[in-house]
Design a protein around this ligand. Structure first.
Ligand code: KIV
Length: 276
């Protein structure tokens, strides 16, 4: 049985209560059409800063802004009524101080109506998590492979592959749990690290390239639909080639325009149906 009541958006406390009860199914969405299609099937939708790479063809996630993500988040909130909606804190919008983080998180939630924010960062950012949570902003922490640290990590590299790194990620996760995070995204970590953190924490872990043992999973929607236009990451799985379906439809449309079979008179205004 689902732990959420039917017909209402899943709240952050409900999502937190999934721990040990049911797995959390989550995906990203950046726009209204995708959000509408995803909503009923999912527990959580994330407006990830991955939209910088997936939606804007940028080389990394660093240049997406608070205003851009807030616009995407508002579209997703307006198009959904079931899944809990979480929006990413963009690079540079919270690392300076807890106060800066609160001001930008509050701005994004006010502009979009999202339920909470996700923040990348290890134990050093736990004070910011606490500052936000104590002031009414739910925080989903994100540790392990943190794409906003691409320049310090020297690329998008799996983490926790040795004991020291594994222990650091465990301490990062524990610090955010103690600070009041309602959940933790574990990205790109060794399987044993994802499993151990999931077993240790009292809050849900949501894995992406982490472990099947995590309390939930999240992927980038375009990766599972075959719309990424690139090789999908090892940790993702493509469920359909929607790209092929869309290409075929567009080719048919172009051919119909060129040979005059579109538009038909029924697509035009001021044309009486025959017999009228
Ligand atoms: O930005 C994003 O989409 C993410 C998820 C894939 C976890 O951080």
């Amino acid at each position: 049985m689902s732990v959420h009541s039917q017909g209402k958006r899943i709240s952050v406390p409900q999502l937190r209560a999934y721990k040990g009860q049911q797995k959390i199914a989550a995906l990203t969405a950046y726009t209204a059409p995708f959000a509408r299609l995803l909503d009923d099937a999912l527990d959580m939708i994330l407006i990830g800063d991955s939209t910088a790479m997936v939606g804007y063809a940028l080389p990394n996630t660093l240049s997406i802004t608070v205003d851009q993500l807030a616009m995407h988040a508002a579209a997703v909130v307006r198009s959904t009524s079931h899944a809990c909606v979480i929006v990413d804190m963009p690079f540079g919008s919270y690392q300076e101080s807890p106060q800066q983080g609160f001001a930008n998180a509050a701005r994004m939630l006010a502009a979009s109506g999202a339920d909470g924010v996700k923040m990348e960062g290890g134990a050093a950012l736990a004070d910011t998590t606490r500052f936000l949570v104590e002031r009414g902003i739910p925080v989903l922490a994100h540790v392990g492979l943190m794409p906003q640290y691409v320049n310090t990590m020297g690329g998008f590299k799996a983490q926790g592959m040795d004991e020291e790194s594994a222990e650091r990620i465990m301490q990062d996760a524990l610090a955010h749990e103690r600070a009041g995070a309602f959940g933790i995204v574990l990205e790109g970590v060794a399987e044993a690290v994802g499993r151990r953190i999931t077993q240790t924490l009292g809050i849900p872990t949501i894995g992406i390239g982490a472990s099947p043992a995590c309390d939930g999973q999240i992927l980038v929607t375009e990766d599972i639909l075959g719309l990424s236009g690139a090789r999908i990451p090892k940790f993702a799985s493509q469920y359909v080639d929607a790209g092929a379906v869309i290409r075929a439809a567009v080719e048919q449309y172009a051919s119909d325009v060129r040979d005059g079979s579109f538009p038909k008179l029924e697509n035009c205004f001021g044309v009486k149906k025959s017999g009228q």
